[in-house]
Design a binder for this molecule. Structure first.
Ligand SMILES: NC(=O)c1ccc[n+]([C@@H]2O[C@H](COP(=O)([O-])OP(=O)(O)OC[C@H]3O[C@@H](n4cnc5c(N)ncnc54)[C@H](OP(=O)(O)O)[C@@H]3O)[C@@H](O)[C@H]2O)c1
Length: 158
């Protein structure tokens, strides 16, 4: 999800700081991040830098941590539909720095917008590997092991 978030934010005119493990620095820069923070060496929530939006596409942070690096009027966006996450928008409503939860919903207008970004070559689906359907179990093992960029594709037929 993070790879799409970086590209969409960049296409919308944002300056993006990517967060990931060190081996993914070049990948994040190649898809549009201007800066990169290696979470193995540095905690973004402890930096002096300030951002308008912290978008957690990995479900690894919290509003409590991220609020320290949000600019006034900024937002923390979680993609984790946890119980705590569901209370966050209400609990932070009166605050200067808000917390929100983003849940993906299939909507035609959104998909059309993504298609336009794709046609304009501003959005790429990064495919790590294509598996024949009969190797679906191996593809699942890859997903469980993690550590790769982008998507795995299952190919049906020859
Ligand atoms: N809200 C929704 O509608 C929705 C929809 C789909 C998924 N999700 C949630 O979104 C999350 C990501 O899904 P995904 O399919 O994109 O998973 P994914 O392909 O496995 O990607 C997870 C990413 O998290 C990064 N990561 C791991 N530890 C991190 C840390 N401490 N700080 C920053 N980044 C870290 C990994 O980077 P490295 O490989 O470099 O370590 C990896 O790129 C999941 O938690 C899933 O539950 C939400």
């Amino acid at each position: 999800m993070g790879a799409f978030a970086v590209q969409i934010a960049k296409a919308c005119g944002a300056t993006v700081t990517g967060v990931g493990s060190g081996k993914h620095r070049d990948f994040a820069i190649s898809i549009g991040a201007s800066e990169f923070i290696n979470y193995e060496q540095q905690d973004f929530a402890e930096l002096d830098q300030r951002w308008d939006v912290v978008f957690d596409a990995a479900g690894k942070s919290s509003y409590g941590e991220a609020k320290h690096v949000l600019k006034s009027g900024g937002s923390y966006v979680s993609t984790e539909p946890s119980l705590r996450g569901l209370f966050m928008p209400l609990a932070t409503l009166p605050l200067e720095r808000r917390g929100k939860v983003m849940l993906a919903r299939p909507r035609g207008d959104d998909l059309r917008e993504l298609m336009q970004l794709y046609a304009a070559e501003n959005l790429h689906a990064c495919v790590e590997r294509v598996f024949p359907l009969e190797e679906a179990a191996e593809a699942h093992r890859w997903i469980e092991a993690q550590g790769f960029c982008g998507k795995l594709v299952l190919k049906v037929g020859s």
